[in-house]
Design a protein around this ligand. Structure first.
Ligand code: CA
Length: 261
C-alpha cells in the first residue's frame, strides 16, 4: 500500500486514489449487494466523521452520523442500524458504555470499534461487550470497507452458506436453488439476480443497482434494462411453477422488490 493511500494520519490526508476492497474468499460479492445497508458513524472528530460518511456513501451505504454519546444513544434507541462504527473517546461519555447500552437493549446491529487508543484492554473490553471488530486509527479506508463488508456478510449469512427465505434455500457455494427441497434449475444470471434479491429481501432494488451487481460496473446500463426485464420474467415463472414463497414485485419506474408471500 502506497503512502498516498494512507487516510487518517499525517493531518488526515485523503487521497483521490481508492483501493478496491478485497473480494470475498467465500463467494464473489459486489459492493452493490450492500445497497441500502444502514451505517451509523459515532465519531466526534468532525473531519474524520465527514470523510468516513462521504466515502461510505460512495460505497452505496445509507449513512447517518452522531458526534457525541447523547446523540448516538438517541439514534440507537429509535433506529436500527446494520453496522455501527463506534469511537471510544467521546466528549460526553465512553463508546464502550454505548456498546453496552446497545447490547443490553437486545439490538442486533453489528459494531466495529474505531479508536485512537491502541490499548489491549480497550480492545478486549470492546470485544467482550460484543463488538464485532476493532480498528485502530489511523486506518486505510479500504481496510475499513473490507471489515464492514466482512461483518455484514457474516450477519447476512449468519455463518452459513445457505440463504433461506420461506421454502426457498439458495446454496451459495454450489450455486443451486431448492424450493421445498427440490432443485430448481437456474441459469447463471438468474441465480445472480435471485441471490441479490434474497440478500435485499423487502428492500427496493433499483434497476441500476441490479445491473451493476449482476452485469458489472462497466456495462451500458440502459441497453441492459430490457435484458434484466426478461431475466426477471423468466425467474418469476420458474419461482411460480416451483411454488416458491416469494414474489418479485415491480416498483414502477424504479426497480423491484422481493417479498415473502
Ligand atoms: Ca474521539
Amino acid at each position: 500500500m502506497g503512502f498516498r493511500r494512507l487516510l487518517f494520519g499525517r493531518g488526515g490526508y485523503w487521497g483521490a486514489e481508492r483501493t478496491p476492497a478485497p473480494r470475498s474468499h467465500i463467494f464473489p460479492i459486489s459492493r452493490a449487494i450492500f445497497t441500502a445497508m444502514k451505517i451509523l458513524i459515532v465519531e466526534d472528530e468532525k473531519e474524520l466523521r465527514k470523510t468516513l460518511a462521504h466515502s461510505l456513501q460512495k460505497e452505496q451505504f445509507v449513512v447517518e452520523t452522531a458526534d457525541d454519546y447523547a446523540g448516538a444513544s438517541d439514534k440507537i434507541a429509535v433506529y436500527d442500524y446494520d453496522c455501527i462504527l463506534l469511537d471510544i473517546m467521546l466528549p460526553d461519555g465512553s463508546g464502550l458504555a454505548l456498546l453496552k447500552e446497545l447490547k443490553d437493549s437486545g439490538k442486533s446491529g453489528n459494531v466495529i470499534i474505531i479508536s485512537a487508543k491502541n490499548s489491549l484492554d480497550d480492545k478486549l473490553s470492546g470485544l467482550d461487550l460484543g463488538a464485532d471488530d476493532y480498528l485502530t486509527k489511523p486506518f486505510h479506508i479500504a481496510e475499513l470497507n473490507a471489515r464492514i463488508k466482512a461483518v455484514l456478510r457474516r450477519k447476512i449469512l449468519d455463518g452459513k452458506s445457505t440463504l433461506t427465505v420461506g421454502n426457498l434455500s439458495l446454496l451459495i457455494n454450489e450455486r443451486k436453488l431448492r424450493v421445498n427441497e427440490k432443485e430448481v434449475p437456474l441459469n447463471r444470471k438468474e441465480f445472480d439476480v435471485l441471490n441479490y434479491f434474497l440478500f435485499n429481501k423487502d428492500r427496493l432494488v433499483t434497476k441500476t443497482a441490479l445491473a451493476e451487481h449482476v452485469w458489472g460496473d462497466n456495462i451500458d446500463q440502459s441497453s441492459n434494462f430490457d435484458f434484466i426485464y426478461y431475466q426477471i420474467k423468466n425467474l418469476r415463472k420458474k419461482l411460480e411453477s416451483a411454488g416458491a414463497d416469494v414474489e418479485i414485485e415491480a416498483v414502477y419506474g424504479v426497480g423491484y422488490r422481493l417479498k415473502e408471500t
